[in-house]
Ligand binder design. Structure first.
Ligand code: ADP
Ligand code: MG
Length: 220
């Protein structure tokens, strides 16, 4: 469709520009962060401006790294990847932060299941999807892993704010975000990772009730 074409075009342009820009931004950013940290440690009273500056610098850092993932030529290291372990690591990592917001992430993955994939990219994908669930204001998030026929299925179900169809149709479009601090690149990166692994992604959502993201990969 025209919408799809537009997305592909945008991605191509981003691909060309982003790597260069992200790279150029990194060095001055790192030195700025260093200076602010120095000011912070030198000042006797806690200055909220330092914290705000560090937060904002960290945000630029996040955008730059997402652009790098998007634009980096596919240097994927495919190996036999244990999806149960990957999910376990990510859920444990994200539960610490989620608990601060009163949310709980539960993992239902009893079987050790494998795909041919890039461990780091897959972890990045799971982080992006689960983070969106916590940011949607969910109090309960369930991540499940199952195998059906020759496919592994990963479901991330949340009871957050949900989305209408118009919003679902825009998911993955670069810079589409409804968050004050969103980059709108998380799902663009995620869709790219899934495509590189010959997987699929589906969204089921109801406004006010929650969202279920369903991802599949060829099993090995
Ligand atoms: P970002 O998180 O930076 O906004 P994403 O690409 O990760 O960018 O997501 C794009 C948008 O999709 C979000 O701003 C949000 O509006 C919507 N979205 C994604 N996942 C969910 C979810 N689980 N529940 C509700 N809305 C979601
Ligand atoms: Mg996101």
């Amino acid at each position: 469709t025209e919408e799809k074409l537009r997305t592909t075009e945008k991605l191509a342009v981003i691909g060309e520009l982003a790597a260069g820009i992200a790279h150029e931004i990194r060095n001055p950013l790192t030195s700025l962060q260093g200076f602010v940290q120095l000011f912070q440690s030198e000042s006797k009273t806690d200055n909220p401006l330092h914290r705000i500056m560090l937060d904002e610098l960290e945000r630029i850092n996040l955008i730059a790294s997402e652009l790098l993932v998007l634009s980096r030529p596919q240097e994927i290291a495919f190996t036999e990847t244990n999806v149960q372990t990957a999910l376990h690591d990510i859920v444990r990592l994200l539960n610490t932060e989620a608990s601060l917001y009163g949310a709980k992430i539960t993992l239902d993955a009893k079987e050790e299941l494998f795909i041919n994939g890039d461990k780091n990219q897959l972890k990045q994908l799971f982080i992006n999807i689960i983070k969106n669930a916590t940011e949607a204001g969910a109090s309960s998030i369930t991540v499940s892993l199952t195998k059906k026929f020759d496919l592994l299925w990963i479901e991330v179900k949340d009871d957050g704010c949900g989305m209408d169809q118009a919003r679902i149709d825009k998911l993955g479009e670069p810079f589409f975000s409804r968050k004050e601090k969103g980059t709108g690149l998380g799902l663009t990166v995620s869709h790219k990772i899934i495509a590189a692994h010959e997987g699929t992604i589906q969204y089921k959502s109801k406004v006010g009730q929650g969202t279920t993201v369903i991802i599949s990969f060829p099993a090995i």
